[in-house]
Write a protein that binds this ligand. Sequence first.
Ligand SMILES: Nc1ncnc2c1ncn2[C@@H]1O[C@H](COP(=O)(O)OP(=O)(O)OP(=O)(O)O)[C@@H](O)[C@H]1O
Length: 318
Amino acid sequence: MTTHETTDGDREATARTDDGEWRIILNPVSGSGDHAERVESLAAERGYTVERTEGSGDAIEFARRAGEEGARRVAACGGDGTVHNVAEGLARADALDDVTFGVVPGGTGNDFAANVGVRSVEHAFELLETGERRRIDLGVADDELFTNSCIAGLTAQTSSQTSSDMKEQFGTLAYVAAGLKTVREFEPLHVELEAKNDAESQSTTWSGEALCILVGNARRFTDGGGQANVEDGLFEVTVVQDMPTSKMLTEAAVQQFIGRDTENVTQMTGSEFHVSGREGKDIEFSLDGEIREHRELTMHVRERALELVVGPDYEPAP
Ligand SMILES: Nc1ncnc2c1ncn2[C@@H]1O[C@H](COP(=O)(O)OP(=O)(O)OP(=O)(O)O)[C@@H](O)[C@H]1O
């Protein structure tokens, strides 16, 4: 039994069905699809419950049900999309405050797991028992949660084709340049952007033609300290302005050399971020790799909204 504070201060008792064990929502087709049996057997040894998804909406539904049934420990096993969907399902059940969240990497990129120091399936199982718990920020894009990042533009289409190693090794511009090579035609985004920092009543605006907009909550984009701090209540936003590919490759080299951003790359931070297209067309956004379309989008940070099991290498702002 736990109690919840209601808005008018009354304490409301809620029956919960916590049995103290983990409930793992498993995407059996993520990554190379060879993790499911291993995960099920590790879970069975420990008496954890595994729920296998059978279709694309299942992870959200299973997580929502877990939240409604009062599960206290819920883990997502899959890639970034699975983590995204499980967090979203818990939010829909209004259960984020009541749950400890775990990540078992079983996807292709596993960016989120890597960012929070979870190295492998076996490592994840060790951590579920003994790992440190931290409260991390979540992003909200209109009504949908994201854990890692919200990306618009070129990289929204290509992020799934570029490994996270590559992003880390070569930095944002090289990553974007690599994206350009894989897409024959790409129209830059004509956008107006505004980042607001509520705590400091500051706002930064940008308008122009962007190749991509990277809004990071936890994701590592550049090797020069460009990772968003996942506990500071702020997004780290990187905007890459449209420029010829040849220039981009030169800038990528410069960026690599000086370790910070260049003329055509703008950085902003804020607890709120607004993107609006100037051409009345929908813009494709990748929320943790899940593609959505919006004509405009408002994002805000839910500061320290989720208790997460992290690995020993975890640092909020490496
Ligand atoms: N049983 C299933 N059958 C088909 N699709 C599924 C199933 N379960 C989940 N999905 C879909 O799989 C996608 C999530 O894949 P996920 O991102 O976790 O793996 P990945 O793409 O291999 O890894 P990463 O995003 O880390 O590179 C979601 O879009 C989800 O809807």
